[in-house]
Design a protein around this ligand. Structure first.
Ligand code: ADP
Ligand code: GLC
Length: 486
C-alpha cells in the first residue's frame, strides 16, 4: 500500500511569477507543483503585495491576527493553481500593500519587517486554526517564515486544532537572518526565555532564522555541500554552532529546475528553439542577444553571460577587480543584474572601458534573463558562497557551460570538464580571487578551440536532469521524518 498523501502548509515570502527577487520565488513556484504531482495537497501562504492584482483569488474570510498589542486582522483570498495546489493570499494592506517585499529598494529594509513577517507566520496559522484544519506538516522558508515553528511550539502546541503540529524549516540563504531588537519577544508576546542562545537569542538580538532552525522538527538547506559548509565557522554566519547542534536533523536537498519554464526546446522568450540534438537555433539566439544588448556581431568573440543579484555573496567584486585581465581576453560580456551601488558602479566603469565588448543592464528583466541563458557561450558565477544557485543549472540546459566558484550548490551541480575523458559539464575554481577566476575562464576559452570537444561538453550539460521530481520526493521523506518526531 502506498503511503497516505500529505497535507502541506507552505509559508513563503516569494513565489514566481507573482513576487520574485531571487531563487526562493522559483523554488516556491516549482516545489509545491512537484509535490502536487506526487499526489500531495499543498497550500502556499503568500502575502498579497501591491504588485499582485486585487482580488488575488476568491475571498475566504478574515480573521483576527494577534501579532502584537494592536488589533489587526488578515483577509484571505484563495486561488487554486492546479489539482492539489492552492495559494492563500494574506491581505493586510498596512504591512503588504507595498511594491517591494523587504524594503523600499533592494538595498534597504523596511523598519517594521519584524512585525510584517511575524504577521505572515501567525496569519497562516490563524487561517488553518479558524477552519479547524491541521495540516500534516508546515514548511517555512528562510527567516521570513522562521516564526512558524516558534509559534507552533508556543501558542499553538496545545491548540485544539493545530496541536503538536510538526514543521520543516528550509534555509535558502544563511546570510539573511532576520535579527531584530531585544524587545521583539515582548512586542510579539512570546515567552521571555526564548531570548536564550538555545532559542532565538543571537548577537544580542532576536533572530527569526535561528528560531526556524531551533524550533522545527527538521531543517533543510538547498544543497548537500551547503549543508556541510554552514556547519563550519567560515560559512556559518555565527549560526554554525546552532547548526552543528541540529546536525542530525539537517538535510541538504538540491533545488530542481522547472523545465516547463527553463528549456530551450520550448522557451517562448528566445529567438529560436534548439536542443542537444540540433543546436542550430542557438546561433539565432546569440544574434538576438547581441541585438538586444546593442553589441556588434563578432562571431569570433565568445559571449560571457551573467544574470545575478549584485551583492557581496555573488563575487562580482572579483569581476570588477579583474577588469584589466578580462579586457585582455578575446571575449564579450553581457551582464543583467541589480543590487549594491558599489557593484553597479564598478560594473559601469568596466563597461565604459570597452563599450563595444561589454554590455550592462542594471535592471530586472525576465525575458532578457532567458535570452542571456540561450545566447551566451559561457555563464559566469563567481560566488563567494552559493546555497544552491539556479542560473547555473539553467545554463547547463541551455548549452551554455558554467564557469563557477566551487562552493555550495555550484560545487554540487557543475562537474569539471576533463578533455581526456570527455566528461564534465563546466569549469570550477577554488580561490575567490582574480587568479582563480581567470584560470577557470582561460580553461573555458581554450576548451572552446576544440570544436568537437566543446560540443561534447555542451551536450553533457544539456543532458543533465535536475528536474524537481527527485528533490520533491526527498522533501516528502523529510516531512515524514518530521511527523514521526512529534
Ligand atoms: P539567488 O536566489 O541567490 O538570487 P538563484 O540562482 O537561486 O540566486 O536565483 C536567481 C533567480 O533570479 C534566477 O531565476 C535568475 O534568472 C533571476 N534573476 C536574478 N537577477 C535577475 C535580473 N536582474 N533579471 C531577471 N532575472 C533575474
Ligand atoms: C537563495 C540562494 C540561492 C538559492 C535560492 C533558492 O537565494 O542565494 O543559492 O538557489 O535561495 O533556494
Amino acid at each position: 500500500m502506498s503511503p497516505r498523501p500529505l497535507q502541506i502548509a507552505f509559508i513563503t515570502s516569494e513565489m514566481a511569477p507573482l513576487m520574485k527577487t531571487g531563487g526562493l520565488a522559483d523554488v516556491s513556484a516549482a516545489l509545491p507543483r512537484a509535490l502536487a504531482r506526487l499526489g500531495h495537497k499543498v497550500t502556499v501562504f503568500l502575502p498579497r503585495y501591491a504588485r499582485i492584482p486585487f482580488p488575488p483569488g476568491d475571498f475566504a474570510g478574515s480573521v483576527h491576527v494577534p501579532v502584537d498589542a494592536s488589533p489587526r486582522s488578515a483577509g484571505y483570498y484563495r486561488r487554486t493553481l492546479e489539482d492539489g495546489l492552492e495559494v492563500v493570499f494574506i491581505e493586510h494592506p498596512p504591512f503588504f500593500d507595498r511594491p517591494h517585499p523587504y524594503g523600499p529598494s533592494s538595498n534597504e529594509e523596511y523598519g517594521d519587517n519584524r512585525l510584517r513577517f511575524a504577521f505572515l507566520a501567525r496569519a497562516a496559522l490563524e487561517y488553518l486554526r479558524s477552519r479547524g484544519q491541521r495540516p500534516d506538516v508546515f514548511h517555512g522558508h528562510d527567516w521570513q517564515a522562521g516564526l512558524v515553528p516558534v509559534y507552533l511550539k508556543s501558542f499553538y502546541w496545545d491548540d485544539p486544532a493545530l496541536h503538536r503540529s510538526p514543521s520543516v524549516f528550509t534555509i535558502h540563504n544563511l546570510a539573511y537572518q532576520g535579527t531584530f531588537g531585544g524587545d521583539t519577544l515582548d512586542v510579539l508576546g512570546l515567552p521571555w526565555h526564548f531570548a536564550s542562545g538555545e532559542a532565538l537569542g543571537h548577537n544580542g538580538g532576536i533572530s527569526y532564522m535561528k528560531g526556524g532552525i531551533q524550533f522545527s522538527e527538521m531543517v533543510t538547506t538547498v544543497s548537500p555541500q551547503y549543508a556541510r559548509e554552514i556547519q563550519g565557522t567560515e560559512m556559518g554566519y555565527g549560526l554554525d554552532g546552532t547548526l552543528r547542534g541540529r546536525g542530525g536533523d539537517l538535510v541538504g536537498i538540491l533545488n530542481g529546475v522547472d523545465y516547463g519554464e527553463w528549456d530551450p526546446r520550448h522557451d517562448t522568450y528566445i529567438a529560436a528553439p534548439y536542443s542537444a540534438d540540433d543546436l542550430s537555433g542557438k546561433k539565432k539566439c546569440k544574434r538576438d542577444l547581441l541585438a538586444a544588448m546593442g553589441l556588434p556581431e563578432a562571431p569570433s568573440l565568445p559571449i560571457v553571460g551573467i544574470i545575478s543579484r549584485l551583492v557581496a555573496q555573488k563575487g562580482f567584486d572579483i569581476v570588477v577587480d579583474s577588469w584589466y585581465d578580462l579586457l585582455q581576453r578575446p571575449i564579450r560580456m553581457v551582464v543583467l543584474g541589480t543590487g549594491e551601488p558599489r557593484l553597479e558602479q564598478g560594473l559601469r566603469s568596466l563597461a565604459a572601458r570597452a563599450p563595444d565588448r561589454f554590455a550592462l543592464r542594471l535592471e530586472y528583466d525576465e525575458a532578457l534573463a532567458h535570452k542571456i541563458e540561450a545566447g551566451s557561450d559561457v555563464f559566469l558565477m563567481p560566488s563567494r558562497f552559493e546555497p544552491c544557485g539556479l542560473t547555473q543549472m539553467y545554463s547547463l540546459r541551455y548549452g551554455t557551460p558554467p564557469v563557477v566558484r566551487a562552493t555550495g550548490g555550484l560545487y554540487d551541480t557543475v562537474e569539471p570538464w576533463d578533455p581526456s575523458t570527455g566528461r564534465g559539464t563546466g569549469f570550477r575554481f577554488d580561490n575567490p580571487d582574480g587568479t582563480g577566476l581567470m584560470w577557470a575562464l582561460d580553461q573555458a576559452l581554450s576548451a572552446m578551440k576544440d570544436r568537437a570537444a566543446w560540443k561534447r561538453l555542451v551536450r553533457n550539460g544539456m543532458e543533465k536532469d535536475f528536474s524537481w521530481d527527485r528533490s520533491a520526493e526527498a522533501y516528502v521523506a523529510v516531512y515524514r521524518q518530521a511527523m514521526e518526531k512529534v
